[in-house]
Design a protein around this ligand. Structure first.
Ligand SMILES: *Cc1c(COP(=O)(O)O)cnc(C)c1O
Length: 355
């Protein structure tokens, strides 16, 4: 009973049919058409048990990302991979480190495994490597890092993550949660989401998801990448049929549709920057974001609550993030062009600026 219930983004407003949902960082375009087709084709084979080892999906991920499929594990969302990590590596008497504004699932999963979550301060909404290192004790088993962060949208550079990995004791596993990695500025260029680090170290794991960029949040598919020894351990606590055949087929098709992913990344980057600039010009603080959302910071909690209510009145759902340490904040998912115009018009109306 010490575990807090996870609170998700809302999806309905009473009496409103045209709700614009910008509260859960979902892909505004919807699922890739290729994934929809693969799902439809899988329907006639639903009587067959799915693959136990996810070979075709791991091969597709490996090919696109240039990774060894033998070092990949697939889960029911990346949440399940994070669950495996806590189940396998953290137990009663152990500590699991997460950061101040990190994902609320980390303390939930740590407690469910019997371990104690340890929350480390961030500095100016960015992960603070030295603060993490100062919190490491003999009991520490796992360190969870969200990069880019949620709900901050900020990123620490690969060099900083490497410094953290170098300084952690060998028996502590560093988990780089890359749910938003593909949206980061410099992705594929200066930032690989932690792939090289996870591939080359015995104690670093990278997790990724199909729920955001790939538009498959409702299907629940994610994956992890680490050395073979860790993958072998995680596979022992994984249920053999954890992923359904339709989900595997749709995720494989989504991964192979590179044009869809590239288009979504480009559109998101453009609209995210438009939102940040306009919010800033309206006097609402907003950091540069490396994800598919922005964190709008108002003068105080009252103003944030009032703006959320005004947006709700306009049929728009955004996320209050008091539980993530930002009572004055609203996390707003970057929508499509029309959705972005709609939410910005509603915010302009809230602050009393006519467009
Ligand atoms: C959305 C999100 C995930 C993805 O979870 P899935 O289980 O893959 O849907 C993971 N970590 C963070 C920080 C997220 O925001």
């Amino acid at each position: 009973m010490d575990i807090s219930l996870y609170v998700g983004g809302e999806s309905h407003i009473a009496g409103v049919s045209e709700v614009l949902k910008l509260s859960s960082n979902e892909n505004p375009v919807g699922p890739p058409p290729a994934a929809q087709q693969a799902l439809a084709e899988a329907a006639s084979k639903m009587h067959l048990y799915p693959s136990v080892d996810h070979t075709p999906l791991r091969a597709a991920i490996g090919e696109v990302h240039g990774l060894d499929p033998a070092q990949i594990i697939c889960g029911v969302g990346s949440d399940e991979v994070l669950t495996f990590l806590c189940q396998a590596y953290a137990g009663v008497g152990d500590e699991v480190i997460h950061t101040e504004h990190g994902f609320s699932m980390y303390p939930i999963l740590a407690r469910a495994a019997g371990a104690v979550p340890v929350c480390v301060k961030e500095s100016d909404r960015c992960v603070d490597v030295d603060a993490i290192l100062a919190a490491v004790t003999k009991k520490t088993k796992l360190v969870f890092l969200t990069n880019p962060g949620n709900p901050t949208g900020t990123t620490i550079p690969m060099g900083e993550i490497e410094r953290l990995a170098d300084a952690l004791p060998a028996e502590v596993i560093l988990v780089i949660d890359g749910a938003y990695a593909e949206y980061a500025r410099g992705y594929d260029d200066t930032y690989d989401g932690g792939a090289a680090l996870a591939g080359g170290r015995a104690n670093v794991v990278m997790t990724r998801t199909f729920s955001k960029l790939y538009g498959l949040g409702g299907l629940r598919v994610g994956w992890g990448y680490a050395c073979k020894e860790i993958i072998d351990v995680l596979n022992r606590v994984r249920g053999p049929f954890n992923l359904s055949a339709p989900a595997l087929a749709a995720a494989e098709a989504a991964m192979k549709d590179r044009d869809f992913a590239a288009r979504c990344i480009a559109d998101n980057a453009r609209l995210r920057e438009e939102m940040r600039k306009e919010l800033t010009s309206l006097g609402i603080a907003c950091d540069e974001s490396d994800a598919n959302f922005v964190l709008a910071r108002f003068r105080d909690e009252d103003e944030a609550v009032a703006c959320e209510a005004a947006l709700r009145g306009a049929g728009i759902l955004v996320r209050k993030v008091k539980g993530y340490g930002f009572p004055e904040g609203l996390r707003i998912t970057v929508g499509d062009t029309a959705g972005t115009e709609r939410v910005m018009a509603a915010i302009r109306a809230f602050v009393g600026v006519d467009a």
